[in-house]
Design a protein around this ligand. Structure first.
Ligand SMILES: Cc1cc2nc3c(=O)[nH]c(=O)nc-3n(C[C@H](O)[C@H](O)[C@H](O)COP(=O)(O)O)c2cc1C
Length: 206
């Protein structure tokens, strides 16, 4: 049995294009893959407070936390444990204003700490997580690379690539679900175009 952590960054439930693509992926999984779904817009994610930022610094420097810092830091370590326990990852990520939804950024800010999800030495950062990740990007428009060059308005893919590399996820596969606002036919077309890639990626998890 392996564990897949499915992180959903769309608040739009079943109508979400990213989640419709995710459903193609999860429907193709074998019984050996257990899915743990985290809906970021429904989860009660903690705020990054004074105490959490203080705890982050103290933790990194090996200093003792006070009682309130320790209490708030335990919410962080619970989220980090859930993240590290996964063997593979599926992210459903809408494009919001050229980038990722704020709840996904909040989650990343909550779980990304030296000594917990990455470490670093003279060779640079090294991730403490591992396993393959599928990143599904849903976008109203088309931000495909043109002439081999990345679209200058696409801050979703470069950011998620940098962050997944920092925490150690590998390999990272990106699935583009685009032109989702060009009407129902365009949505069906983009989902159909990505169907076999999604199924192949899901089958690869065993
Ligand atoms: C707050 C917000 C900002 C958006 N910004 C963009 C954008 O910058 N570029 C774009 O192509 N689509 C943008 N869209 C459209 C979404 O990317 C598109 O509807 C996508 O399919 C949403 O994903 P979902 O259906 O999985 O929730 C935005 C939508 C919302 C709600």
């Amino acid at each position: 049995m392996t564990n897949l952590l499915y992180i959903n960054a769309s608040p739009r439930g079943e109508v979400s294009a990213a989640n419709q693509a995710s459903l193609i992926f999860t429907n193709a999984l074998t019984d050996s893959v257990k899915v743990d779904r985290l809906d970021l817009f429904e989860a009660q994610l903690p705020e990054v407070t004074l105490e959490i930022t203080a705890a982050k610094m103290k933790f990194a420097m090996g200093l003792d936390l006070d009682d309130e810092e320790a209490r708030q830091w335990s919410a962080i370590t619970n989220l980090v444990s859930q993240f590290l326990e996964a063997d593979s990852y599926l992210f459903a990520i809408p494009m919001w204003n050229f980038s990722i939804p704020y709840k996904l950024k909040q989650y990343i800010d909550l779980i990304t700490h030296p000594g917990l999800t990455f470490t670093s030495d003279e060779n640079g950062p090294k991730g403490l997580a591992s396993g393959p990740a599928t990143l599904i990007y849903s976008r109203g428009g088309d931000y495909s690379p043109k002439d081999g060059k990345p679209d200058p308005f696409d801050f979703q893919s470069p950011y998620m690539n940098a962050w997944t590399r920092l925490v150690g996820l590998n390999p990272v596969s990106e699935v583009l679900v685009q032109r989702t606002m060009a009407g129902p036919d365009a949505l069906t077309e983009t989902l159909d175009a990505q169907r076999s890639k999604l199924i192949t990626l899901a089958n690869g998890l065993g």
